[in-house]
Ligand binder design. Sequence first.
Ligand code: ADP
Ligand code: MG
Length: 450
Amino acid sequence: MAALTSSEWQDVLAYVRKNHANVVRKWFDELGDAALDHGILEIGCANLPQQRYLTEQCIVAFTEAAQVLTSRLVTVRFLIVAPAPVNGHANGHMPRPPAGSFDDDSMPTLNPEYTFDNFVVGPSNRLAHAASIAVSENPGEAYNPLFIHGSVGLGKTHLLQAICHHVRMTRPDAQMLFLSCETFNNHFIEAVEAGALERFRYRYRHVDVLLIDDIQFLSARERSQEEFFHTFNTLYQERKQIVLSADCCPREIPSLEDRLTSRFNWGLVSRIDTPCLETRMAIVQKKSRNRNVDLPEDVVHHLASCIDSNTRELEGAITLVDALSQQHGRPVDIETAREAIGEQPSVRHRVSVQAILDDVAAQYAVTKAELLGRRRHKSIALPRQVCMYLARNLTELSLQEIGNRFGGRDHTTVMHAIRHVDHRRQEDHDLSVTLDELSVRLANGVQRPK
Ligand code: ADP
Ligand code: MG
């Protein structure tokens, strides 16, 4: 948990004063005990009438302020807290954690590109798309829960975030929580350790829309499952919307309690399949237009034919083709496209660990020995994690095998590395582009330009 610094808090207040002057009251000056944690901004107030007024009249103003200032999805809660103790001892009140800031690592971000407008609909995702629209128009009423599954890179996170964008536009007062299952797990463990379960429950059970991405990470986590079971029931009974995504259908999530499997099937379970050629071409067109890259039809066709499974790789291909044409100083043509991603449609290159090591070492200007070694300095740690991430996505190796090949690490280290990179790429655009380029190059066996 990160307490807001006083200047951050002043920014929030200033925003509210400027944009929602009509709700501001004199006593707002006395507020200020605010903390941001896992996407929830808690603001302390003095008594019940204040809490009521804030909750009923000001939630939109404060939510908007927090979201604008952090560029993230934030839920706001007003809590009654005792005034700060004069003698420096917190008499029975929870001590505030050390001052932190608006950049809480665990905060969810919404990618502004992940809207319904930017989502290409085709036979592979029509149902999931329609269901997502229905849910965002009538949260809690259309399908509850909505469970979207499909393999990596097919647009699950995109759809979940599109629901968030849409609800945020149409119902600014709706309280939404969008988070990865991993964040839920971590937050739960922290809450147990800090003896703060009460608070944890209050947070997750008082929202209008709860969206959890990659729910398969509940697998084999008994206590998190138990907790999520109760969260689910509370929200469901109050007809609050629940949206979940996973890389497989509920029944296939390993070690998931039956009662959860059955609940996940209560609403609508919708699978996203690999898009067909036409859909892939439409995606390439949309993405390249958004990036202001002008691609002729035959290039669009070539990219879409060569890359047929993961949409993320299509984006990488666009970036690569664009970079190459700039390097050559001529407009994108089919030769550039062939050079960038190879000749043959749909021939997947077998990616070797050696190739990953070579490419990542060159990309980050480190040596292979360093990648395989034990040094933990940041400059080595990220490239090493990138290697494991690429190995997971581009080879058939198991987590343990990846660990063995990359310097004898155990599978939990590998899992941590993969999640870390996955998490960071959502926040860090440059990293995301680098990963796409590396993936496309490796998957198509293309030599790195000297
Ligand atoms: P997942 O969560 O299923 O692994 P993402 O939602 O992260 O996949 O999608 C990967 C990338 O592919 C994103 O940049 C997303 O915008 C894009 N994408 C996937 N499907 C579509 C689609 N139908 N239309 C437009 N973009 C898509
Ligand atoms: Mg995802």
